[in-house]
Design a protein around this ligand. Structure first.
Ligand code: PLP
Length: 381
């Protein structure tokens, strides 16, 4: 099997599952229990917090462990909605993941101002800077790397602009973490991340919350994580998350680029989404010239190549990608979009094999079309 859906979730490497299981076997007690035997779990939990804070570049006390990014984004948006004074606005990029967009709608409501993007998938920074100077902005919401296209947002510039104006900045760094260096993310007011996108366990993640703020939790019922996230900490999964994150290395886009060049040459009319923008090294979103993306995904999966039509969350529901729509692609173009996202163990040969498989599917579907219609007009099922 050739897995090209790392942006949906990543497999857990053996050394990570070993670290995770070892933590379960040795450190299964509740870190808040009052006896000495449990204190060692507390010590390890706090060491994990220190390790993550040094990766992000923030104070250890600003790191909060939770169940993942959907929870984190909801808690942060609830806080920003609740604290947004009358007359102030929250600026949010239209490219955000649904776990940000829906909480913005729910908690910020009509105080949101959506930041549009160009065909390059990027917000106009000069306009943002101008808007920030107005003095009526409470917060800016802009993800670090887009899950569908891999396009990288200028989060460090946005962080600095927000800091200069005393405005909160929330950065969903789910797709950035583990793929690119995270240092400096800790300078954003809020950050979300989740372990399963970089080879850690599912149901485990974190937020960075600025010191002295909150508690920001949507939940009541406990004092853990300074009240930002009540409930017993899942130390074994946190250990697995840190073990995965520490073993990630930054990849190189050359194999992905070679893949794109072959597909563009052999499947004429293929568009690489965001090709002019900085992108994650592992992600390629293609708009193929013909045939629906579900047909592409099915044909490729029958050959054991697993790719996606976009975000895993979006595939469960009707309608086309809001990300491609924001970049001015039509719904018809979006219906031909296929995303391939490799990982740390994806080889150059895997990418080249995927390119060959796409070309093979293209030749086959084109031939089938010709025989079904007697070479005449195409009727797409
Ligand atoms: N944010 C981004 C950018 C994502 O890609 C995802 C998952 O696809 C999430 C948030 C939500 O993560 P989870 O489903 O693990 O809570």
């Amino acid at each position: 099997m050739r897995y090209f859906d790392y942006n949906a979730t990543a497999p857990m490497p053996r050394d990570v599952s070993d670290a995770w299981l070892r933590a379960y076997e040795v450190s299964w007690m509740n870190p808040s229990s009052p006896y000495l035997q449990a204190a060692s779990v507390r010590v390890r939990l706090e060491a994990a917090r220190d390790r993550l804070s040094s990766i992000l570049g923030c104070d250890s006390g600003e790191v909060v462990f939770n169940s993942g990014a959907t929870e984190g984004n909801n808690a942060i948006l609830a806080f920003l909605g609740e604290t947004c004074p009358q007359g102030k606005r929250v600026l949010a990029s239209v490219m955000e993941h649904p776990s940000v967009i829906e909480p913005v709608r729910r908690f910020v409501q009509d105080r949101v101002e959506w930041l549009e993007v160009g065909r390059d998938g990027l917000v106009n920074l000069a306009m943002l800077q101008e808007r920030l100077k107005s003095g009526d902005i409470h917060a800016v919401i802009m993800m670090a790397a887009n899950n569908e296209t891999g396009i990288l947002a200028p989060w460090s510039e946005v962080r600095d602009l927000c800091r200069a104006e005393g405005v909160f900045y929330h950065c969903d760094a789910v797709q950035w973490m583990g793929k690119l260096p995270a240092e400096g993310l800790g300078g954003c007011s809020f950050v979300t991340g989740c372990a399963h996108k970089f080879g850690g366990p599912k149901g485990c993640g974190f937020i960075k919350v600025p010191g002295g703020v909150g508690p920001i939790s949507l939940m009541a019922g406990g004092f853990q994580e300074k009240g930002h996230r009540p409930g017993t900490e899942n130390y074994p999964s946190i250990e697995g998350m840190l073990s995965a994150l520490e073993s990630c290395v930054t990849g190189d886009p050359s194999s992905r680029d070679a893949f794109e060049a072959i597909v563009q040459e052999k499947v004429p009319g293929t568009v690489v989404v965001g090709s002019e923008s900085p992108r994650l090294w592992n992600t390629s979103m293609l708009i193929l010239p013909e045939f629906s993306n579900t047909r592409w995904v099915n044909c490729l999966s029958s050959m054991d190549f697993l790719v996606s039509t976009g975000s895993a969350c979006a595939t469960a529901k009707e309608g086309s990608s809001h990300v491609l729509a924001a970049m001015s692609f039509s719904p018809e173009e979006a219906s031909r979009a296929v995303r391939a996202s490799g990982g740390w163990s994806t080889s150059r040969q895997d990418w080249l094999n995927l390119a060959d498989a796409i070309v093979e599917v293209y030749v086959k579907l084109t031939a089938d079309k010709g025989s079904v219609n007697g070479g005449g007009q195409v009727i797409e099922p």
